[in-house]
Design a protein around this ligand. Structure first.
Ligand SMILES: [Zn+2]
Length: 184
């Protein structure tokens, strides 16, 4: 083989090098272990992965702390823009400001996850990831978790936001089916 055409070095995420796998192996989170593990160890091992808040997304997380679902809205063409970004993808205006949504929509698609890709989920399986099409605008979609029972075919069913207060800084917007959980 001519020199210089060799195979580029590849980082292999084997069990020895993959930090998530290592965290999983080290985490005392298997259901059989829960009964005997001290609570402080469990809290350290299974903290929920949380978003990193930056200047572009701070308004969103400040809104969720108040249990308000905010998204950027273009002052020129009045379209909602998600995810947060400096320029409207419809009209290229940079006149964007946060506006509140109803928190209602329908299930656009969903998947029931049966494998924990992070130790936090190890004893919370299965859980349902959902893409919600929000009521305010066709095509305005939001990735979240669907809590409560998930019917075999949830596509098109109405959902409403519910709030999970994780800590002083982060409240997560999750969704549940309308009519589930005792609320309209
Ligand atoms: Zn616009």
């Amino acid at each position: 083989m001519p020199q210089g055409l060799g195979v580029a070095p590849v980082t292999c995420h084997s069990a020895a090098t993959n930090p998530y796998r290592e965290a999983y192996d080290n985490a005392d989170v298997r259901p059989a272990d829960h009964r005997s593990a001290p609570m402080t160890d469990l809290l350290t091992a299974v903290s929920r992965p949380l978003p990193l808040i930056d200047d572009e997304t701070r308004f969103f997380w400040e809104g969720t702390r108040d249990h308000r679902l905010l998204m950027l809205r273009c002052k020129e063409c009045e379209r909602f823009v998600h995810h947060p970004r400096p320029v409207c993808p419809s009209c290229l205006s940079s006149a964007l400001e946060p506006a509140e949504l109803s928190g209602r929509g329908v299930v656009y698609t969903f998947t029931v996850t049966e494998q924990a890709f992070h130790p936090f989920w190890a004893d919370r399986l299965p859980y349902t990831l959902v893409v919600v099409e929000l009521a305010e605008q066709a095509g305005l979609r939001f990735l979240s978790e669907l809590v409560g029972d998930t019917p075999e075919d949830a596509v098109g069913l109405p959902v409403v936001v519910v709030w999970e207060d994780v800590d002083d800084e982060v409240t997560l917007p999750l969704f549940r089916l309308v009519g589930a959980g005792g609320q309209a």
